[in-house]
Design a binder for this molecule. Structure first.
Ligand SMILES: [Zn+2]
Ligand SMILES: [Zn+2]
Length: 309
């Protein structure tokens, strides 16, 4: 599972930071969180392709988070896409997509479904689900988590051979968690050859928001959290007023939620040098990085016990 921060600026783009868009690529499928202006160009630069994009999640209806949608949808129509596409986001999104299609007069062959949501579990895919919750911004805004189902433990080949299990279909059955009976009548239970179940991974996207308890809960135990970190601490009142977070507040959320790694995003154009943001955040939560456009972060499989976070 890999996360690519395509656009890491906020409100106004700069030469270094495009507007909000983050891709998650997992087992041949791509999900997009926000689709700021220029998102399709950033996808080209990151060589993500468009074909495996299956779902887009829009946080809220401020222009910097969805102005890239019409262009991206039009490109996929021009590329004769035939795979269905689902878009999720707050109320008003259906109208936006409909007006864009009517105004730009593009006809898409592919099935396009827009789902207006308020929170909760919003969709599922093979081995994962996505949940959303309202955050604390100047307008209604949703944070999202992709949560993987737990995986069976690793298959111990040596142990299986030592037990005299013949290579072949019995291996597959054991891997699926089923007991098998050998020719000599012995019954082998899956736990004899499988390691402990591995907890699924979790990715949380929380942009734009003030620091809030809802995001702490949404991000609980995540491997990676991309969080609004728009300002340094000297502008904490501006952040509060505009519905954003300081880098330090984002770090506090990360700490309370017990996550593994924090990425600060939606960075204000005023920070040509953003060291101060990173320093302030790391003073609270050391495992913090600044998002950079086109940065790719691998989220490795978890190992070992279910209780082992
Ligand atoms: Zn924004
Ligand atoms: Zn906003």
């Amino acid at each position: 599972m890999k996360v690519i921060t395509l656009g890491t600026g906020g409100a106004i783009p700069t030469a270094q930071r495009s507007l909000p868009a983050t891709a998650l690529i997992r087992e041949g499928e791509m999900l997009l969180f926000d689709c700021g202006e220029g998102a399709q160009l950033q996808m080209r630069r990151a060589h993500t392709g468009f074909g495996r994009l299956s779902k887009i999640f829009i946080s809220h209806l401020h222009g910097d988070h969805l102005a890239g949608l019409p262009g991206l949808l039009m490109t996929m129509a021009l590329l004769s896409r035939d795979k269905p596409l689902k878009i999720f986001g707050p109320s008003g999104l259906k109208k936006f997509v409909r007006v864009a299609r009517e105004t730009f007069k593009f006809h898409s062959e592919y099935e396009l479904a827009v789902h207006e949501i308020e929170g909760g579990q919003v969709t599922t895919g093979p081995g994962y689900w996505v949940e959303a919750c309202p955050m604390d911004h100047s307008i209604f805004a949703l944070g999202y988590s992709l949560v993987e189902e737990d995986r069976p433990g690793e298959f111990n080949l040596r142990r299986a051979l030592d037990l005299g299990i013949p290579e072949g279909p019995l291996f597959g059955k054991l891997q699926q968690g089923k007991s098998v009976t050998l020719d000599d009548g012995r019954v082998i239970r899956p736990q004899e050859v499988l390691g402990n179940p591995r907890k699924g991974r979790k990715f949380t996207y929380a942009v734009d928001t003030r620091p809030c308890e809802a995001v702490v809960e949404l991000a609980r135990g995540a491997d990676l959290l991309v969080h609004d970190g728009m300002f340094a601490q000297d502008l904490v009142e501006d952040a509060q007023q505009m519905g954003h977070s300081t880098a330090m507040q984002a770090a506090q959320v990360a700490k309370e939620a017990g996550i593994h790694q924090l990425i600060l995003s939606h960075i204000s154009q005023r920070y040509r040098d953003d060291k101060v943001l990173l320093q302030e955040a790391r003073s609270v939560f050391p495992r913090t990085e600044m998002a950079r456009d086109l940065m790719s972060i691998e989220i490795p499989l978890r190992r070992g016990h279910l209780t082992d976070d």
